[in-house]
Design a protein around this ligand. Sequence first.
Ligand code: DOR
Ligand code: ZN
Length: 350
Amino acid sequence: MPAHCAPQTLSITRPDDWHLHVRDGAALQTVVPHTAAQFARALIMPNLKPPVTSTAQALAYRDRIHAAAAAAGHSTFEPLMTLYLTDHLPPDEILRAKDAGIVGVKLYPAGATTNSDAGVTDMRKTYATLEAMQRAGMPLLVHGEVTSPEIDLFDREAVFIDTQLIPLRRDFPALKVVFEHITTREAAQYVQTAHGAIAASITAHHLLYNRNAIFTGGIRPHYYCLPVLKRETHRQALVDAATGGSPRFFLGTDSAPHATHLKEHASGCAGCYTAHAAIELYASAFEAAQALDKLEGFASFHGPDFYDLPRNPGQITLHRESWTPPQSYPFADTTLKPLAGGEVLHWRMA
Ligand code: DOR
Ligand code: ZN
């Protein structure tokens, strides 16, 4: 489209973030307001230290997040909570969680990522709990990567589909599953074509970047996340999935704050921070694919429809405006470097 015909504003139903890390304590004060300024709700990941494994812990955590949002003037922001699946999460906790409004249970294969030490070592150990989840209609949110050291890091998601996800869904055909932050053509294809209740979230960074970003002119730790960025053909498959209009794909930033010094480290932490400009980054990706008209479904409709929650009332408006996010934010007693900090973005939320 010629530049003078390109839309100058874009109004969409207020979106939700279906995959978010906000940490705890003083860190909440930086990161929660960023998300609450854009999204009505966010699905909060339970990988704290120690992990959130009980309904009582999740509700107390929800109160702390809510307080951080309210302190910044976002008192209507709604954190949606999850529990962390371990080898020992009791099946009866699922009913308590369901009654308390917990929205999902997160599977981290042990060792897959940040704070996943308490994760599942063998899916069989969770079967009684998965049975309870299937019965209660409690979704399983999956970090879909195998962890065996003999599997190449870039193949871990594709191998997970064949060796873990397909058998799991065969054993629990009525279990609702979200394949979180997918990064490969294989995952997009599987989710698009599989039978039953399955959907996937997609991050802005996996739509915008391929793995070259991690190595351009030197090692760039702020582009390192898990599952790691993949090659360009995978990025294109994700863009096709996100912009194709299928209700099985929706927005989940996986914004994952880490202190600058822990990213810029000999053993840097995995995670990209995108909450400061989340909807703007997605708008860039959708515009590059000439699919801005598909952003609202992806950002605001497909998630709540899958989770059986109401779509949000109200709208947000983005303007075509060049602006530069800061290179750094205060983060507890340290700092945090956001993705695209110091770079010009072309959409800005009013
Ligand atoms: O890059 C990531 N960071 N991937 C994850 O799965 C976890 C997250 C985090 O908590 O930092
Ligand atoms: Zn995550």
